[in-house]
Design a protein around this ligand. Structure first.
Ligand SMILES: C[S@@+](CC[C@H](N)C(=O)[O-])C[C@H]1O[C@@H](n2cnc3c(N)ncnc32)[C@H](O)[C@@H]1O
Length: 213
């Protein structure tokens, strides 16, 4: 992978500034999965169905803490992230767990190279939010077995234009558009949910789940 593109440099810079997640959550757990931008808020990993023994890929796995939780539940996990700093830090934090590896690669390239490898693909404010869906979603479908699950979360679409000269583009699609692109890519049973924020004046979280048909 070319690690000297503007996007990789931008994401590496972001990774260098990222604070690690708390080591214990409000329930006293040392691993957990959180779909939202708020601590101790929203649904947990059950959105993905049973994960024990399942082959799981996280697209844009960041610090790796969410994926580490799935590994503790018996999933066979691969975290892909295009920022090399993420792979180093996630491996240092969680590499001792069995059935868990982190790889520096663009999600597009990884999915294209691994048809039929996974039962579950997910992204939490990750590669699905930052990659053209017409490119990424057919590759996710190809990398999943029939009946496989894709789930992803991110901020809801709004009308704010992106700042000029951005290296990173958010895919701020309305839910109707996500449904259309998912259907065209070979997904069905599409559920789109807006997880309400913890307080009234805050922003909610879009969570989308679909099944490979
Ligand atoms: C906002 S962070 C979220 C990280 C993590 N999912 C979390 O919830 O903490 C987005 C992550 O996606 C990664 N990313 C963005 N585009 C990607 C792509 N095309 N392929 C792989 N990783 C990507 C970035 O490097 C970054 O680590």
């Amino acid at each position: 992978m070319n690690v000297n593109t503007p996007a990789v440099r931008a994401w590496n810079g972001f990774a260098q500034k990222a604070e690690p997640r708390r080591s214990v959550n409000a329930a006293g757990a040392i691993t957990w999965l959180n779909w939202t931008q708020y601590p101790d808020h929203g649904p947990d990993e059950t959105v993905l169905g049973p994960v024990e023994g399942k082959r799981v890929v996280e697209l844009g796995s960041g610090a790796g803490a969410n994926l580490a939780h799935l590994a503790t539940l018996g999933a066979r996990c691969v975290g892909v992230d295009l920022a090399p700093v993420r792979t180093v830090n996630a491996t240092a934090a969680w590499g001792h767990l069995p059935n868990l590896e982190f790889v520096t690669v663009d999600a597009v390239d990884h999915l294209a190279a691994n048809p039929g490898r996974y039962d579950i693909a997910y992204s939490i404010f990750g590669a699905v939010w930052f990659t053209e869906p017409e490119v990424l979603l057919p590759l996710v479908r190809q990398a999943l077995t029939p009946g496989g699950i894709l789930a992803f979360s991110q901020l809801p679409a709004d009308d704010t234009p992106p700042p000029p000269h951005q290296q990173i583009t958010r895919q701020h699609l309305p839910v109707s558009r996500w449904r259309a692109v998912l259907t065209a890519a070979g997904f069905g049973r599409i559920d789109c949910e807006l997880i309400p924020p913890p307080a009234e004046n805050e922003t909610g979280t879009v969570l989308i789940r679909a099944v490979a048909v």
